[in-house]
Every structure is written in structure tokens, then in C-alpha cells.
Write a protein of this length. Structure first.
Ligand SMILES: [Zn+2]
Length: 303
């Protein structure tokens, strides 16, 4: 009897052991599968995060990181993998053999462009003249008490221009965005470092004695691209309440010592009552900004 009991006990212990092994194996199986599923989910999420939708209808697709590179034609919107980044442009994989570049700020924008224009993908440097201790030209009212400074209005127009350019899909680089002094060479350096496609310096004119001069002049230094840009922008100024004096050669450092298409616009005389009456108005500032935006867009369409 004792013998039978021992055999039974032994068998029972063996069965328990097998059950234990079975339980351990099935537990590790479940853990293993869960791990694989989790890895697949994470990997998919990671790949998806690195992919973006590119739309040829609203964004430039180029062979390099900038609008000056060759345009690559694709027929419809597609999802592509990001494989690199340079100068705020993403390099994306179109297929096994071909890569392209798209502006990252348009990809990441919460308000996608409704329609394409030539400013989409462009980098525009805006240079509000003067600032800080350098107030530029000044206007004093008749009593001589109130003093208005050029630096205030160049910045006001610059900010309106920046807003309009951004709404068209351009990236804006400002040489200053508040009332502070920036050296002339520093302004050029900021634009060059940003690999800007155009440089727009904003100023107001002044005459030795007040009320002597009037009108708008667009200056270029370099013939070729800068002169062409000046012509395109100046052409738009004809709708303004001040005389458009056209384009002229101007030996100013910020448009001379640059390698990119650069112009300097003097949008009225700050010490002429008639001109200043316009310059201080928001409607005038907006129209000047709109004209410059249009002019740059025309220039980029044909360069
Ligand atoms: Zn000035």
C-alpha cells in the first residue's frame, strides 16, 4: 500500500512540474508576443512621424534646399519619408531612385496655403533701416514739439511686409524686429547667413530743408538681378498717393556688399509734411507692404 502511495505521489509531483513548466512557457510566450507587437507599433509610429504629405499644388518641390534649385514635377499629393534636413528644408524620398526637397515651414504650417505662388518656399530678408540710438531722419511738427523718427516707420512697414510675405508661404528673416541698433555689415551678414533669396532694405528719404522733396525711389547697386528686382517692386508703387520716382542707382553698403538680389526703398520723405501725412497712416504702410510683396512675387516668377 505504501509502495502504491509513493508511486502516486511521485507521479503527482511530476505532473505538477510539467504544469509549472507549461505555465512558465506560456507566460514567456505571451510576454514575447506582446513585446513584438509593441515594437511593431512603436516602429510604425516612428516611421509615420518621419513621413509627411507633400502637395505639388501648394508647395515647391525642388532638387535642393531652396527655390533656386531645379523644380521637380510630381503629379499628385503623396506621403513621403523625411531623410534629412538642411536650411529649414526637408529632404524627402520620392521613390527608390529619387529624392527631393520641400520647405519645412510649409509642411509644419497649421494653415496650409490655399494656392501656389512664387513666394512659397522663398526666404526674404527684410531690413528695417536704423534703430536704437540711430533714429534716422526726423520730422518735427509745426510747433517743433513732436518729433517723429524714420526708424519707427521703417519697422512698422517691415512688420506689415513680413506678415504678408509669411501669409504667401515665404520665410522671413528680419535684421531687427524691435527698436535696437544693428550695424550695416551685421545686416548683410544676417541675410547672407539665412541664404535669403532677396534682401529688402526699408528707409524714408529726407531733404536738407523740410518740405523740399517728395515721392518714392527704389534703389539698386548691382545691375542684373538687383536692378530687375528694383524694377519689379517699383512698378507696383504706382497705386500710392505719393509720386513714384522709379528706380535709381544707389551706393548704399547694405545693397552694395551683398551677393543676393538687394534693393533699398525710400518710401516717401519723412521731413515733408505731405509725405509724412501718408507715412504715418496704417493704410499707406499696408499698401506699401502689399506693393513690395507683389513686386517680389513678380520678380521670383521670372528669375
Ligand atoms: Zn534711412
Amino acid at each position: 500500500m505504501l509502495f502504491i502511495y509513493k508511486i502516486f505521489k511521485l507521479l503527482n509531483e511530476k505532473t505538477l512540474e510539467v504544469e509549472c513548466i507549461k505555465q512558465v512557457v506560456s507566460k514567456s510566450f505571451i510576454v514575447g508576443i506582446s513585446f513584438i507587437v509593441l515594437a511593431i507599433i512603436l516602429l510604425t509610429a516612428l516611421i509615420y512621424q518621419r513621413t509627411v504629405a507633400i502637395d505639388p499644388a501648394t508647395m515647391p518641390i525642388q532638387s535642393g534646399p531652396g527655390i533656386s534649385y531645379r523644380h521637380i514635377r510630381i503629379t499628385k499629393r503623396k506621403r513621403v519619408l523625411i531623410t534629412g534636413e538642411q536650411r529649414n528644408w526637408y529632404r524627402v524620398r520620392l521613390n527608390d531612385h529619387e529624392s527631393a526637397w520641400v520647405p519645412s515651414w510649409l509642411i509644419n504650417s497649421k494653415t496650409p496655403l490655399k494656392k501656389s505662388n512664387h513666394l512659397a518656399g522663398a526666404i526674404i530678408a527684410i531690413d528695417p533701416g536704423h534703430g536704437g540710438s540711430d533714429s534716422g531722419a526726423e520730422y518735427k511738427n509745426n510747433s517743433g514739439q513732436a518729433k517723429y523718427m524714420e526708424k519707427t516707420y521703417t519697422l512698422a512697414i517691415a512688420k506689415r511686409l513680413a506678415k504678408q510675405l509669411q501669409a504667401s508661404g515665404a520665410q522671413v528673416v528680419m535684421t531687427r524686429s524691435k527698436d535696437r541698433a544693428v550695424g550695416l555689415r551685421e545686416r548683410v551678414r544676417i541675410a547672407e547667413n539665412a541664404h535669403a533669396d532677396c534682401f529688402i532694405s526699408l528707409h524714408l528719404n529726407s531733404s536738407p530743408d523740410k518740405n523740399e522733396g517728395s515721392g518714392i525711389t527704389s534703389y539698386y547697386y548691382h545691375r542684373g538681378r538687383s536692378k530687375k528686382l528694383a524694377r519689379n517692386v517699383s512698378h507696383q508703387f504706382s497705386n500710392l498717393p505719393l509720386t513714384n520716382r522709379g528706380i535709381d542707382f544707389g551706393d548704399f553698403l547694405v545693397i552694395r556688399d551683398t551677393s543676393l538680389p538687394s534693393i533699398l526703398c525710400e518710401t516717401g520723405y519723412v521731413n515733408t509734411h505731405k509725405d509724412f501725412h501718408q507715412i504715418k497712416k496704417a493704410t499707406f504702410q499696408k499698401r506699401v507692404a502689399l506693393d513690395i510683396r507683389k513686386g517680389i512675387n513678380h520678380y521670383l516668377a521670372n528669375y
